[in-house]
Each structure stands twice: as C-alpha cells, then as structure tokens.
Design a protein around this ligand. Structure first.
Ligand code: SAH
Length: 350
C-alpha cells in the first residue's frame, strides 16, 4: 500500500470512510470473527519518576495525590479477574526504576502466576532495563505494552523532557522482542503538531518492526499538564474532537488492514471523544478490551487525562456494562482464554 493510498484512508469521510471500515472489519473477522478478548487492568500505582508533558500522573503534577496498592489489594483484584474469567491481567503503573519498585513488581507478577497459573500476564510499567525485563519474564509475565507515543523522534522531543529519549524507548521495545515477549506498542492520535505524514510513518514503523499488539488512542487534554496548559492547545483540542476521533478510527482501520493478525485493543480514551468510542473501535478493527479492575477508591487518582470514563464504577459494574455493550454492538465476549496474539505465533513460526 503506498503512502497516498494510506493518506486518503486516514482522511476518509462519508462513503469512503464506510468502505474503509467495511474492508478493515472483513480483514479482522477473517482472523478473529466477532470475538472480543478481555484483559482485566489493575492500575496499581500512580507514582512516576517521569515528566511526560501530556500525562496527568507526571512527577511534576504536585496536585496529584499518590498511591500504591498493597499485594493483598492486588490479590483481591486477581480473584475478581479469576471469577470473571477474563483470562488475562494487565499490570499498569507510572514508571519507576528503583530497586524497591522492581522487587514489588516481581512480587506481584509471581503472586498472579503462582495463584492463577493459566492467567495471561501483561506488564505496562514503562521503560525497564534488559536484566529486569528478563527477570519479569522468568517470574511469569509474557506480554509487555510500551507505547512509542510517536515514531517521530522530533515530535517525541517536543512531548517529553530532555532527559527522556526516543532511542531509549525504542531500544526497550527491541529488548522485549529479544526476550521473546509478545510486544505491544502504540501512539497517541491528535497530538499538537502531529501531521498526517507522522501518522503514515507510525503505520510503517509498526509494520517494519513487527509488533504483536497495539494500544492506540486519541490524545486527551489534562488541565494540570504543561501541554494542555496552553490555551491555544485547549481551544484546538476542543474544536477538533470529532476530527481526532475519526482520525483515530481511520488509523486503526488501516492498521488492521496492514496487520491482520495482531491484537488491537480498544483504548479507554476513545470513550472520551465519543460515548460508544471503544465499541466503534471493536466493530471496525479492535479485538481486545481492557476493563478496569482497579478498586473504586483509586480510580480518581489514576487520571492520565480528563474525563476518564468509569471512575465512579467498580470492577463488577464494568464487567456487566462492557459485556452488555459488546453484545449490543453485535460482537461476542470471550471468556477463559488468554487471547495471545496470532501474529506472535506467525512471527515465531510456531
Ligand atoms: N508509565 C507507563 C504506563 C502508563 S501510561 C508507560 O509509560 O508506558 C500509558 C499510556 O497512556 C501512555 O503510553 C500514553 O500513550 C497514554 N497517555 C498518557 N497521557 C495521555 C493523555 N493525556 N491522553 C491520552 N493518552 C495518554
């Protein structure tokens, strides 16, 4: 597929957009049918050493009260995931590289692996060194999500403080592949200064580097961050909500056509721009949903962006609500399966 075709698709509206969605959906259904896999996500800590300019839990946001769940609290969440039969857990948090954080993460991975040996375990805790990633794998983790955020190092530099490096993040993705993880990445869509060419290059970047899973969603403002503090960015963002939602859908549809067998998650941020945003993603391109199992009292402290949905709900309510929405969207919730990436097996020739 050449760049001008991709560009037309990314900008498609009306009938062209419907045709794109139809094509993506038929590609998706060839591999996955109408099946949707679950991962119960535990957002276990908002303590973060980084200062990403767009993120609400950045270290510099002094207004944000911090928390870290105890292993006992995590065990209760795991029991819920087991009862709900989601098949997989995702541990997500702010980024920390201290030894105490590493030991804690190893402890909770073992907790999951030893108590629930059939559970798929995914980690989403930022950039970590090779040895630690190896130890996590040995403890039972099999998948890792690390969004590159943008494939353009210059745009990356505008969104992150000088001490963070695109090359280091990319290296970490390579390390994960070397360690035989199923590796997920992604970008935010509708970032200030992001061009259509950037998005085209993101798609090439994904295909060339053979990623197994994707978590991709729109950028959403957060008042207490430097990026959204700019009133021009705020105005621009509000004005372009619908454009950015459509751009996200088109991007995911093209990605599905380019990577038929990869797992694509419907990001929660999609629901901020459109009430049934995640369901639209699942109808068009996605095959994975990550219901929050984070205890209710912590939900309003894990706000990467504003207007995050489901923060007044508990794990039980998210279970029923998402199930119902998935069925109403004409799709089929699948329980009791880890739902590993078919592309991973293809890549590994097994
Ligand atoms: N600290 C870990 C995981 C938590 S952040 C890491 O860095 O990987 C998870 C993802 O949330 C980020 O990769 C980013 O793409 C997304 N995110 C952060 N702030 C956001 C915002 N304002 N709008 C939309 N997505 C955001």
């Amino acid at each position: 597929m050449n760049d001008s075709q991709i560009k037309n698709w990314l900008l498609a509206t009306d009938k062209d957009q419907q045709n794109l969605f139809k094509k993506a959906c038929s590609v998706k259904e060839k591999t996955f049918g109408k099946r949707v896999w679950f991962r119960g996500i535990i957002e276990f800590s908002n303590i973060c050493q980084n200062n990403c300019l767009y993120c609400g839990i950045r270290k510099g946001n002094k207004k944000q009260e911090r928390f870290k769940m105890s292993p006992d609290e995590i065990l209760s969440c795991l029991k819920f995931i087991d009862k709900a039969d989601y098949g997989s857990v995702v541990y997500q948090s702010g980024e920390m590289t201290s030894n105490s954080f590493k030991n804690y993460l190893l402890e909770i991975v073992r907790l999951a692996h030893q108590n629930f040996p059939n559970l798929g375990i995914t980690i989403s805790c930022g950039e970590q060194d090779f040895e630690f990633l190896k130890a996590l794998k040995e403890a039972g983790a099999t998948r890792y999500l690390l969004r590159i955020e943008t494939s353009n190092p210059k745009l990356y530099a505008k969104l992150h403080p000088a001490e963070m490096s695109w090359e280091k993040r990319f290296q970490c993705l390579k390390d994960l592949q070397k360690l035989d993880y199923q590796v997920g990445t992604g970008v935010m869509i509708g970032l200030p200064d992001q061009t259509i060419e950037d998005l085209i290059n993101d798609l090439h970047f994904f295909v060339e580097n053979k990623f197994d899973m994707f978590g991709i969603g729109p950028y959403v403002i957060h008042e207490d961050t430097p990026l959204s503090n700019d009133s021009e960015v705020q105005r621009w963002w509000h004005k372009n909500k619908s454009r950015n939602f459509n751009l996200s859908l088109n991007f995911l549809a093209v990605l599905r056509i380019l990577q038929p067998n990869a797992n694509i998650a419907a990001a929660t941020a999609c629901d901020v721009l459109s009430p049934l945003g995640r369901m639209k993603v699942l109808q068009i391109a996605g095959n994975v949903i990550m219901p929050s199992v984070t205890p209710q009292n912590y939900r309003n402290k894990y706000l990467l962006y504003e207007n995050k949905p489901c923060i007044d709900e508990n794990a039980e309510k998210c279970f029923y609500c998402l199930n119902q929405k998935i069925v109403r969207a004409g799709l089929r919730p699948i329980f009791g399966e880890q739902g590993n990436s078919p592309f991973f097996y293809q890549r590994k020739n097994v």
